[in-house]
Design a protein around this ligand. Sequence first.
Ligand SMILES: [Zn+2]
Length: 498
Amino acid sequence: MRTKLSLVCKKLCQLLECRVPLIKSFDALLEEEFDVEMRPALERIRRRLMQGTMLWEVLPSDPSVNSPLMEAMLRSCENDARLIEGLRIVANGLDDGTIPLGNTDQGTVETAVNPEDISRERLIQIMQDAHNRKASDIHLIPTEKETGIWLRIDGRLTLSSSVSPKEYGYLVHQAKMLARLDISRNLFPQDGRIKHKISGDNLEMRISFLPTVTGEKITIRILDPGKITLDPSVIFQRDQELQAFDRILSQPFGLILFTGPTGSGKTTTVYSALKHLADKGGCCICTVEDPVEYVLEGVSHVPLKIKQGFGYTNAIQAVLRNDPDILYVSEIRDRETLDLSLKVAVTGHLVLTSLHTLNPLESIQRLLDLGSTEPHMVASALSSIVSQRLVRKVCKECSEEVEALDSTISEFDLDSSCLVKKANGCPSCNQTGYRGRKAVYDFLEASKELKDAIRQNNQVLIASLVSHSMTVQMKDSFRLMLEKQETTPEEVQRLQSS
Ligand SMILES: [Zn+2]
């Protein structure tokens, strides 16, 4: 303990000498690999500093150390604004034993019963449970009576457990501490990141705090860089999809849109495309992202800082000055970003982006709506559209075979004697009848005729030509999945109607 505390004091000295502010210095200390013993103490000190407490009041009394000599030393120096000198004296004093450690037993007892430590453990337990159950998100939704802990598994929210309002208060506090956010700010939304090792995996989590009338709602998105599969031969189930993917990425320039509703897995497909391009080598790949989700080798990821004025247009312009061949713009929400992206795409660059649209036709309409005065730019730039959805796979343990309805047979052109699966529900699928998901795709490769129709902004002609430009159709994947009894007609109909 003595050596560790001396090390903390020395590191703090170095940071303060580099003019890093005190609380920021503690942030930096927490980034270091401190063992379990020191970490909760450092977090407690940081929190009390944020509440306005002086360092001399918290440091000697916290890491299970309460030495009057150390306190006196820091007090005299901090009052004279000679904190660095004080820390150095304490560090040396701890090293040579002239500053004694205090009553460590007292500290240990305090740690053991500290509700904050218990709630930190609880929070990590929640994350661990979510990770083990392969959840993509954790939602902590407060109501007046209790807070429900919900897990998003296979795209659906399932209630996992609940905590009392008092316990939840501590959880919110700990979650903010873990994400290095302002613990005193609870009237405004806050976003942060947590990195934590869970079950041997280095997890990255994005955490959002949203004030509601019943308290702050927490949403945690679990990103697992180790587990994400970016291999196209694993992502795509059908040869046609793989070939189309290869083809669209071989184009030297133009705009490629990756579309689908939220949670349809399009980020994975985009990253797989970027990795595929990076692996080929020979080109400069830059991204403009809000936020950067994964970091790929051979790709320069540029995060936006919208609050500080570094938005999409500024970032794209900055990237263009860096001689890129391929640019990924994580989202196009306004006309300015669209106009700029189109210009980049027609001037010899390959531009990848994503849109929250349901199908290729809607995507073209969205582009025209956003930049309606320049349909010729959309026509010249558009190269291809990849639209995707995630289909839930029926649970093998509890599903049963049934005869397909006549309407299903005719809709999907199935064999008249075809047997399909019916979902039931059992403990292994959380009573939902489904387990796991699989992506299905539409690939549109813009033909000359389609580009002409876009140039004329002829909506009727565009609609009729879109299906001719589709080189891979989702409908075929639905039929295959039904034939192979991987999903149910009900699931396919649900996707088609939403
Ligand atoms: Zn089941």
